[in-house]
Write a protein that binds this ligand. Structure first.
Ligand code: C2E
Ligand code: CA
Ligand code: CA
Ligand code: CA
Length: 284
């Protein structure tokens, strides 16, 4: 009986600590967003599978806190969503990405209108709930002197379920203004086939859970083939993420996937690494 009481106390205090920890983490994140400190972008190359050419990069946020060290986006992104900070996060990321893009254009690494290299930025479901969202993004990019057509917005499909009609209207507007739209983590959310015809996305990102072991797992191969066929019927391209080896690259090429992303090509890179290892060789 004593052991059980101890256990209850243990869980109670653990929960308490967790709640306090989360509140603390949220305060630190908000401060970082306001001051613009400790936030960095990483760029993970996206490659055209038919030509092996660079076609874009996914922009991934990193947060270094002086007290906590590096905090994983798997921790702070859900927290930001829960605490109403995600809108600030998305704006910050797009602003930083716009700024970086401008620098690369000025250096001549990216020539607008010549080589098409898109920067893909993650957008949360919650962002679409705010009616100012679309115009905020457009204004941000205008201030950085870059065009929406150089950017892709990655949406998670579960995100699109919350307030479908409003979300779809806003997505149509963003697309009209030039943004490309991608559906992220495809296949992992709830029934989403209905939304494919409403959203008019340019790209389906096949979740890495199906891509892993693609070369030896027949069920996953069937799923990926079905996703690719469906995407193409709807006029969308496909990108497989989480590609970790050459065997999977070859299998994806064989079954007609358009683009790829994953450690096999590159880990998420700092702006300098991406510039030196990827952009400079493209420009030459
Ligand atoms: P995601 O959007 O699905 O991003 C892909 C994640 O997979 C990234 O993790 C990336 O580093 C990782 N990854 C890439 N290639 C491979 C691979 O070959 N194998 C494996 N095992 N993993 C690979 P990361 O950077 O830790 O981000 C995790 C998640 O956090 C992202 O998943 C995204 O949902 C969220 N996130 C990151 N940055 C942002 C952001 O700026 N805004 C929002 N809203 N969410 C973000
Ligand atoms: Ca993503
Ligand atoms: Ca993803
Ligand atoms: Ca994800």
């Amino acid at each position: 009986a004593k052991a059980r009481t101890d256990q209850v106390c243990f869980y109670d205090s653990l929960l308490g600590l967790k709640i306090r920890e989360r509140a603390y983490l949220a305060r630190r994140l908000e401060a970082a967003l306001v001051k613009g400190e400790g936030l960095e972008l990483r760029f993970q190359p996206q490659v055209c599978l038919a030509t092996d050419q660079l076609c874009g990069a996914e922009v991934l946020l990193r947060w270094f806190d002086a007290e906590l060290g590096w905090v994983s986006p798997n921790q702070f992104i859900p927290l930001a969503e829960e605490r109403g900070l995600i809108y600030m996060v998305t704006r910050k990321v797009l602003q930083m990405a716009g700024h970086q893009r401008r620098i690369w254009q000025e250096k001549g690494f990216i020539v607008p209108g010549r080589i098409q290299i898109k920067l893909a930025v993650n957008v949360s479901a919650r962002d679409l709930d705010d009616s100012r969202f679309a115009n905020d993004l457009l204004l941000l990019l205008e201030e950085e002197g870059v065009s929406p057509s150089d950017f892709e917005l990655e949406l998670t499909e579960t995100g699109l379920m919350r307030d479908p009609e409003e979300a779809i209207n806003m997505l149509h507007y963003l697309k009209e203004k030039g943004f490309a739209l991608a559906i992220d983590d495809f296949g992992t959310g709830h029934s989403s086939l209905n939304y494919l015809k409403d959203i008019d996305a340019d790209l389906l990102k096949i979740d890495m859970s199906f891509v892993r072991n693609l070369d030896c797992d027949q069920a996953n191969r069937a799923i990926v083939q079905t996703i690719i066929a469906t995407a193409h019927i709807f006029g969308m391209k496909t990108l497989a993420e989480g590609i970790e080896n050459k065997a999977i690259v070859n299998e994806l090429k064989r079954i007609g996937c358009d683009y790829g992303q994953g450690y096999c090509f590159a880990h998420p890179l700092t702006a300098n690494e991406f510039e030196q290892r990827w952009l400079s060789s493209q420009a030459a």
